[in-house]
Design a protein around this ligand. Structure first.
Ligand SMILES: Nc1ncnc2c1ncn2[C@@H]1O[C@H](COP(=O)(O)OP(=O)(O)OP(=O)(O)O)[C@@H](O)[C@H]1O
Length: 250
């Protein structure tokens, strides 16, 4: 995937400003940055859902799975498909067994096969988040664009999901681009980290080279220590919030 000089405006707001970035199948790229720094806008543009200046090229075939951030209805169904689902019982469940097995396998990968018969509306926020992830996985995409996929998940589910995504990247050559606020989760599971601030790409590279005290001060306004965790990944420990610099707010 090649993102070249991409800019996105909403009226007079410049949400993304001349971002260039490339990523390849087999890697997990984490998009970091403060609230309003342009992560979601950039992901939506890559997913083909957002008008933008510049160029975005995806090489190779294969579907792109996109998990949007908003917690509302996330089912990737058209209106017609949704209404047709209401006729499923009347029409008889004419989904081939192999497809049901594939869907169950996606649920099992996420450890939520036990939810298969439940109504979506009766699930918790985190359970729903996992269901929509299963929906993406079942489509066996070549690339996954995920906007804060772990925001509603407990610590264990966060860990398992990110580990699963990294495994899929490694074993199936999937490209995973994930916008995420948890710096330590990004450090643990991403091959590369790209940091946005006020729509601009500040830096991109290996977690250990990107997550420095200087960056945390400049971009997040935090005085922080960065230590090397036992797994060899950088681990960020915020110490205090620095006085807000007016120019640094998104
Ligand atoms: N539909 C919209 N109309 C107008 N402005 C928008 C719209 N969507 C986003 N913005 C603005 O564009 C900028 C970037 O927003 P975006 O959602 O891409 O940031 P983000 O990094 O994903 O933020 P967060 O971490 O809070 O999810 C912000 O200033 C935001 O207010």
């Amino acid at each position: 995937m090649e993102i070249e000089d991409v800019s996105i405006r909403y009226g007079t707001t410049r949400a993304v400003d001349g971002v260039s970035l490339s990523a390849a199948g087999g890697e997990v790229l984490a998009l970091l940055g403060p609230n309003g720094s342009g992560k979601s806008s950039l992901l939506r543009a890559v997913a083909g859902l957002q008008a933008h200046g510049g160029r975005i090229r995806r090489e190779g075939a294969g579907e792109v799975g996109f998990l949007p951030q908003d917690n509302g209805a996330r089912a990737a169904l058209t209106v017609l498909e949704t209404v047709l689902l209401g006729r499923m019982r009347a029409l008889g469940l004419r989904v081939p067994q192999a497809e049901v097995a594939r869907a169950m396998a996606a649920l099992e990968r996420l450890g939520i096969q036990g939810l298969a018969g439940r109504m979506l509306a009766e699930l918790s926020g985190g359970q729903r988040q996992m269901v929509f992830l299963a929906q993406l996985l079942a489509a066996e995409p070549a690339a996954l664009l995920l906007d804060e996929p772990t925001s509603a998940l407990d610590l264990r589910n966060q860990f398992e999901l990110l580990a699963l995504l990294r495994d899929l990247a490694r074993r199936q050559g999937l490209l995973v681009v994930v916008a995420i606020h948890d710096l330590n989760a990004a450090a643990r599971f991403a091959d590369r980290i790209a940091v946005l601030q006020a729509g601009r790409l500040i830096t991109a590279g290996a977690p250990a080279s990107v997550l420095t005290p200087a960056l945390l001060a400049d971009v997040y306004g935090l005085r922080a220590e960065v230590v090397t965790g036992s797994a060899g990944h950088p681990f960020v420990m915020p110490l205090e919030a620095l006085p807000r610099a007016v120019s640094a707010r998104g």
